[in-house]
Write a protein that binds this ligand. Structure first.
Ligand code: ATP
Ligand code: MN
Length: 468
């Protein structure tokens, strides 16, 4: 077969160079046809769309043709032709075909369409070859790019915070321990406590639950930074919104108060949603048509209005009124409760019908570093609540006052020896500052319309599941 430079299918489909010879490579999605001619739908991952390869059966060897089944990989030389059929502008009249690899129809699992999402999770090594997961993972890439673009264009610096950490200061969740100790032969002191002196780091270490504390160090030097990295939480919550390993984006800005923080969060998330609509139009349209007919309308919906801004206390009042009018929630509503997803979604989907930023939460249900309000009861927290998702962003203005922060750390019995470096930001040149964390997969749930977070990350890690 004549060697030619490969053209990606996305470029072939946009080409009008009819009559020229092109080469495409990809995987067979379907093959259909008659005794004289076969139509092969070929996909190479560059786009949701397949190119149609037309094969005149008389011109090819039977032995070769037999190998061209769903899942097989091919290199095709052929003439780019204006298509007569509907649904595509161009097709390729094959002149030469090489089969790189076959896919036995008896065992290749992606034979028919319409597999359940549960089944596809069991074959996560092959599911990127489906239309759905191709679309989701192309969107995932594009959103990562959009996030870097948004912050870079605003003059933020991408700051790398450690993945292995020796302090669970955040208290954001249960941590995974990192150790090189022999678990069959742990050294303990007379009280039965494990001795970490001989462990790799000489002390107990874990995978990070958040880069925020280190992010604050950077913000109080570089002004405005963001992190974008993997985060780990060993919480045993088997929900469609929680992963044990997920990616988080955490901007942190010196001199921003909570209002600046809310503005940044709203602008940021709208930028990302607009990017998905404009830059991933084909993939979003596919997901809209196949899975969720309201996806595009929902994405356009959040761009339209400004987000509602409401205090936690006002939010509780609305929820209590709904309960009084007979609305049934699974979990109770009262001032002081950590809102469940059903409460958050009620405010967004039923009451306001647009995204809500809830502020000033009770200090007991929020982290120690949040700025304390004068009422002595609430802190300057802000959660952004989204339709279908609930909490998509959690953030706050940070406590900048050394004494207030110090006494909160003591109240919560957080070991001071782990916190000295963090407290130094308030000892030396402290400034008002704010930041937030966006769960990358929660954003992807929203822009793809997928309903389970396991379906927006290539290889999900959840309780009892770390396959692939
Ligand atoms: P939730 O109440 O939903 O469990 P959280 O309040 O524990 O979340 P934060 O500590 O505020 O979460 O983390 C910031 C953001 O990270 C959240 O707003 C969410 O988008 C995301 N996030 C938190 N935990 C997870 C998880 N286990 N899997 C995926 N994303 C998560
Ligand atoms: Mn939160």
């Amino acid at each position: 077969m004549e060697t030619m430079k490969r053209t990606k299918i996305i470029d072939v489909l946009a080409s009008t160079a009819y009559g020229t010879l092109v080469n495409v490579k990809g995987w067979v999605r379907t093959r259909r046809g008659s005794k004289q001619v076969s139509f092969i739908a070929l996909n190479d991952g560059s786009t949701i769309h397949n190119v149609q390869v037309v094969v005149d059966l008389d011109k090819f060897d039977d032995e070769l043709l037999k190998l061209i089944t769903t899942g097989a990989s091919l290199s095709v030389n052929g003439i780019l032709t204006q298509s007569q059929g509907k649904g595509q502008a161009v097709e390729i009249q094959a002149t030469e075909i090489e089969v790189y690899g076959t896919a036995d129809p008896a065992t290749y699992p992606l034979q028919k369409k319409g597999h359940s999402m549960e089944f596809l999770r069991e074959i996560a090594h092959l599911r990127p070859r489906t239309n759905t997961f191709g679309a989701v993972f192309r969107i995932r890439h594009n959103m990562a790019y959009a996030i870097h673009k948004f912050f870079h264009d605003k003059g933020f610096f991408y700051f790398h915070t450690p993945i292995i950490t020796a302090s669970d200061c955040e208290g954001a969740g249960q941590m995974f321990q990192v150790t090189t100790m022999n678990l069959y032969d742990l050294k303990k002191d007379e009280n039965g406590s494990i001795l970490y002196d001989n462990d790799f780091f000489g002390k107990q270490a874990s995978l990070t639950v958040s880069g925020q504390l280190e992010g604050e160090l950077a913000a109080t030097a570089l002004g405005q930074i963001y992190t974008f990295g993997p985060t780990f939480r060993a919480e045993n919550s088997n929900t469609p919104r929680h992963l044990a390993e997920f990616w988080m984006i955490e901007p942190e800005v010196a001199f921003n108060d909570i209002n600046d923080n809310m503005e940044l969060a709203e602008e940021f998330i709208k930028f990302c949603v607009r990017w998905a609509l404009e830059q991933c139009a084909d993939d979003v349209k596919f997901l809209n048509d196949m899975f969720d007919k309201e996806l595009i309308a929902r994405l356009e919906g959040v761009l339209k209005d400004s987000f509602v801004r409401l205090t936690y206390t006002e939010g509780i009042k609305i929820l209590e009124e709904a309960v009084a009018k007979g609305h049934k929630f699974e979990f109770p509503v009262y001032w002081g409760v950590d809102l469940a997803s059903e409460h958050e979604r009620f405010l967004v989907e039923d009451h306001f019908k647009r995204p809500v930023i809830l502020t000033d939460y009770p200090k007991e249900i929020k982290a120690f570093y949040m700025k304390q309000n004068d009422d002595g009861k609430t802190v300057r927290a802000m959660d952004v609540l989204f339709p279908k998702i609930g909490e998509i962003i959690g953030g706050s203005e940070r406590e900048a006052d050394y004494d207030k922060l110090y006494s909160r750390i003591q109240e919560l019995h957080i070991p001071m020896k782990d916190m000295w470096w963090y407290l130094d930001t308030r000892r030396f040149g402290t400034v008002p500052h704010s930041g937030f964390g966006l769960g990358f997969e929660r954003l992807l749930l929203f822009v793809t319309g997928m309903t389970n977070i396991r379906d927006v990350i290539p290889f999900p890690r959840t309780p009892k599941n770390a396959e692939f």
